[in-house]
Design a protein around this ligand. Structure first.
Ligand code: NAP
Length: 495
């Protein structure tokens, strides 16, 4: 794979490459260039130089190119699905769903081509008008995570480009290949040289440089809260606008009158989709005490049928890398030594052949009533869930809100009063009532607390990439003599 700088696919100027490991086998599957600061600087300058022409292009033309990119992706979608399966370890069905999401988002956003509106207001005086004019920021840096590597790239590139910004994309070092594949389709669709640039390399080495660069006006990052906080400090050097989509710790409340079958089916998705490596993953299970045993028995039964292994033929694939696998082992050990009880899974499964060295972990349930335990407070980001019973809905709401994160939450009940109460009482950016996610393109994906700031999706998400300029116009036909004007303006103030 290569870097894309000013329309040219290039090696890193240092020539250094990094191995990309297939998480299902633990073996090297490709290598990618480690961009130097010089490469990053060139990419940012190329984006800055390309900005004016791209911004001045008609939005209809920008929309046309982006829509064409969605068609090119659709036509070759199987290639992207295959990359996602091998690069990320997603089961085939999930890879297919992610590519559906990529195409949907690009089509959705490119449809805004002539729909961005400003305001025309009365000015302060007669024959004066005030225009609130929405303009692009300039150079956008897009930093993406590995868990939905294609969808996150599409969700950042399309609104940024549609609104007339130019972009430097730096994808996760765990998933550079899907990013390169998508960028190639965008360029084939006609994105002009310099408007979209791709640099790969370790965030720990080039990240601080890229976000604090003086030509960067907006940083849009999806990733961990820790990295988001670091970016916030570094971006302050240039007062870059921030869109930060960070960690989650979704509560999953099942009330005594809930449709248990629906709740279990949704939980299997909400917890074990992408092996639990999702920002909206259910991480804390609060079940009404009257149905707790029944619910857990049914859940254990469903999990016993879940096949873990080869992502092409299994329900759940591996974790992204060895570090993530070790984290799961450590979380289970820590939970057990702090009063937790493993009631399902808890181990690395023994797989045969080439998958024996993959980073797989069993679907796991750990019971613990300690709300302050790490299991209930820290983002797990794997196929492990903490569970406990609750008997009062106010207690359930209180425990759900007791988290430093505030992205997604789930509620299962048929009690309309509880549902209506939850609209105000559950303090999360997303609440799914009796249904699974993920977020829709026309929803505004955002979170409370340490989940970050701003959001993505919907008109609101597009407008994050636009700045409002105020233009005051006097169109008076009065032929004012220069002396009169001066007299008017310089007239000493009364009183
Ligand atoms: P991460 O380690 O924070 O990395 C995210 C991106 O930031 C990667 O491209 C990374 O590059 C880069 N980066 C790392 N250090 C940087 C620095 N100092 N300056 C600038 N960029 C830097 O997150 P991740 O492990 O890829 O993703 C998992 C996290 O993402 C979880 O916490 C999850 O909840 C969150 N997430 C949130 C949402 C949401 O919508 N709220 C969606 C998906 C995921 P390298 O890979 O090279 O380090």
């Amino acid at each position: 794979m290569k870097l894309l700088i000013e329309g040219e696919w290039r090696e890193s100027s240092s020539g250094l490459m990094q191995d990309k490991i297939n998480p299902s086998t633990g073996e090297k599957m490709a290598e990618f260039p480690l961009a130097t600061k010089d490469d990053v600087g060139m990419a940012i300058s190329a984006a800055a130089d390309a900005f004016e022409n791209w911004y001045y292009a008609a939005s209809k033309e920008r929309g046309r190119i982006l829509f064409k990119a969605s068609l090119l992706i659709e036509g070759r979608r199987k290639e992207l699905e295959d990359i996602l399966i091998s690069e990320n370890g997603k089961p085939s069905l999930e890879a297919k769903e992610e590519v559906d999401g990529v195409i949907d988002q690009i089509k959705y956003y490119s449809g805004f081509e002539r729909k961005i509106s400003g305001d025309l207001l009365e000015g302060p005086g007669s024959e004066e008008k005030l225009f609130l004019h929405k303009v692009p920021y300039g150079v956008v840096v897009a930093l993406t995570p590995w868990n939905f590597p294609a969808a996150m790239v599409a969700r950042k590139l399309t609104p940024a480009l549609l609104t007339g910004n130019t972009v430097v994309l730096k994808p996760s070092s765990d998933t550079p290949l899907s990013a390169e594949w998508i960028v190639r389709r965008f360029t084939e669709a006609g994105i002009p040289n310099g408007v979209l640039n791709l640099v790969t390399g370790k965030g720990s080495e080039i990240g601080d440089y890229i976000v604090s660069h003086k030509k960067v006006s907006l940083v849009s990052m999806t990733g961990s809260t820790e990295t988001g906080q670091r970016i916030m400090k570094n971006a302050s050097a240039n007062m870059a606008k921030l869109i930060l989509e960070l960690g989650g710790k979704a509560p999953f409340i099942v009330w005594k009158d809930a449709d248990i079958k629906n709740a279990i089916k949704t939980l299997l998705w909400a917890k074990f989709w992408n092996a639990g490596q999702s920002c909206i993953a259910a991480e804390r299970l609060y079940v009404h005490s009257d149905i707790y045993s029944n619910f857990i028995n049914k859940l254990q039964h469903a999990l016993s049928k879940m096949k873990v292994g080869d992502p092409r033929t299994s329900d759940m694939g591996p974790l992204i890398n060895k570090g993530a696998l070790n984290n799961m082992k450590e979380i289970v050990q820590d939970s057990v030594s702090n009063g937790g009880k493993v009631i399902f899974g808890g181990e690395q499964p023994e797989l045969k052949g080439k998958f024996s060295k993959g980073f797989f972990f069993e679907p796991t349930i750990i019971e613990n009533s300690d709300q302050k335990s790490r299991l209930f407070q820290e983002e797990i980001f794997g196929p492990v869930i903490g569970s406990t019973s609750v008997s009062d809905i106010e207690e359930a709401f209180e425990k759900a809100n007791d988290s430093k994160y505030g992205l997604a939450s789930y509620l299962f009940t048929n009690d309309n009063r509880i549902i209506m109460d939850s609209f105000d009482k559950i303090r999360f950016g997303e609440l799914y009532v009796n249904m699974p996610g993920p977020e829709a393109s026309n929803g505004y994906h955002t979170g409370f607390r340490l989940t970050g700031q701003a959001g993505e999706g919907s008109t609101h998400g597009i407008e994050e990439y636009l700045k409002i300029k105020n233009i005051y116009v006097n169109y008076s036909r009065k032929d004012l003599e220069i002396e009169t004007v001066r007299e008017e303006i310089l007239k000493p103030s009364q009183g």
